[in-house]
Write a protein that binds this ligand. Structure first.
Ligand code: GDP
Ligand code: IMO
Ligand code: MG
Length: 415
């Protein structure tokens, strides 16, 4: 396989950053295909920890070319700050990506007062809204200072906000001038890389349950993290994407508002949150904790055509006295196996659980599948069977080396 996507199958924070970093060892290009600095991808190795919000998680590997794709919304402040620790990294930015300007953050915060989605307040929704409303500002606008200033002031005016676009540009002018040679047509760049047989990873942010079309609308983000969104967002033919690795946390988490059928409301949630440091990397908010939800996972696997999985944070499951897995929902007395499309219905479902044996052992240093406790193996096979997918990797800790590989995704063929 030469072109592989990494996609979160829950509500984000599944460990996409870690798995992208692990697989990027063998990649030439890593492309973030959607979202912006609402993402928080933590990568750990040796004594280093990197919290990446906008850069692709391949950036730590010196040989990798990092690309911010056309489907992204980019906050220059975050971008310039985040790239500083990587002075030698080759980082390219799409000329068609849209900008998040300071007033987008203001608009996001204002809308939250009444809408209360629990957004990251990074201006994601307002920037994507401007794009869809055909009034947004692309990275290409930065190539001409006066043009940018004119466009940004018109846009701020449309929103009834005063904005000093000249002062804004001036404050980043040196960084912008340095960036200009790396502002590219990503579609063309990918086309050339494909012809040269380069290995390309597409790194998702958020997760399928936060997808604007397939997630728990309206409690979603404003982009399309699911696999089918990748080709259109990067400018590549769909059939060139050879596979996708679905990242699944061994339990569930969600940050922000919105229905979460398997949410745990007991002390156990607190315990897991502390052990696994389940706090948002971008906002510091405590993540809500829940049992694994196979109904939403089957939905995510289907809409994204997932055949291979990486199961992450399996080590944390030893906190659970019993492993509960939601296999169906009950709604108004009926048992259903699909995610209701209307938020009112989804808010009313009751999870129907299967209970599996738990394991108490510390598995964070185990490096082979055979050495995992029997109960952990049973849990893994149960998940694989239910989701009709193969497990390629198992993550038993945040570091690169705490990964058990059952399959090398780069060696998996498309059929
Ligand atoms: P992402 O947004 O999908 O990249 O995930 P985040 O990085 O936001 O959240 C995952 C968190 O779990 C991070 O703090 C990781 O360092 C950590 N992590 C990743 N894999 C594992 C694992 O297998 N076990 C444990 N204990 N932590 C993990
Ligand atoms: P990564 O890439 C978890 C959530 C927010 C909110 C909703 C909309 O680290 O998995 P937005 O600011 O995007 O308009 O917020 O989406 N959200 C995330 N939750 N992980 C993320 O990213 C998220 N990015 C956005 O909490 O509920
Ligand atoms: Mg995250």
């Amino acid at each position: 396989m030469k072109r592989l996507a990494i996609v979160g199958l829950q509500w984000g924070d599944e460990g996409k950053g870690k798995m992208t970093d692990v697989l990027a060892k063998e990649a030439d290009l890593v492309i973030r295909y959607q979202g912006g600095d609402n993402a928080g991808h933590t990568v750990k190795f040796e004594s280093y920890t990197y919290d990446l919000h906008i850069l692709p998680s391949g950036v730590i590997h010196p040989h990798v070319i990092s690309i911010l794709g056309p489907g992204m919304v980019i906050n220059l402040e975050t971008f310039f700050k985040e790239k500083k620790p990587f002075p030698k990294a080759v980082i390219k930015v799409s000329n068609r990506a849209h900008l998040i300007l300071p007033f987008h953050k203001t608009l996001d915060a204002q809308k939250e007062i009444t809408q209360n989605i629990g957004t990251t307040k990074k201006g994601i929704g307002p920037s994507y809204s401007d794009k869809i409303n055909r009034q947004g500002i692309r990275v290409a606008s930065l190539l001409n200072k006066e043009r940018f200033i004119k466009e940004a002031e018109i846009l701020a005016d449309l929103h009834g906000i005063s904005f000093d676009a000249r002062a804004y540009y001036d404050s980043y002018e040196n960084d912008i001038l340095e960036l200009i040679p790396n502002i590219i047509d990503v579609s063309k760049y990918i086309d050339e890389a494909v012809k040269l047989n380069k290995t390309i990873m597409f790194e998702g942010a958020q997760g399928v349950m936060l997808d604007i079309s397939h997630g728990t609308y309206p409690y979603v983000t404003s982009s399309a993290p699911s696999v089918s969104g990748i080709p259109s967002q990067v400018g590549m033919a769909p059939w060139l994407l050879e596979g996708a690795l679905g990242i699944v946390k061994a339990y569930s988490t969600r940050v922000g508002e919105g229905p979460f059928p398997t949410e745990i409301h007991t002390e156990l949630a607190h315990q897991i949150r502390e052990v696994a440091h389940e706090y948002g990397v971008t906002t510091g908010r405590p993540r809500r904790i829940g049992y694994l939800d196979l109904v939403s996972l089957k939905h995510a696997v289907r809409v994204s055509g997932i055949t291979h999985l990486a199961i992450t944070l399996l080590d944390v499951m030893n906190e659970m006295a019993e492993i509960k897995v939601c296999k169906a929902y009950e709604l108004d007395g009926l048992i259903i196996d699909e995610v209701p499309a209307h938020i009112d219905d989804l808010s009313r479902v009751n999870p129907v659980y299967d209970t599996l044996n738990s394991f108490k052992e510390d598995i964070s240093t185990i490096d082979s599948y055979d050495n995992l406790p029997e109960a952990a193996k049973t849990y893994l096979s149960y998940i694989a069977k239910q989701l009709e997918a193969n497990i390629a990797s198992i993550s038993v800790g945040p570091k690169r080396e705490q990964t058990i590989h059952l399959l090398n995704m780069w060696e998996v063929s498309r059929d």
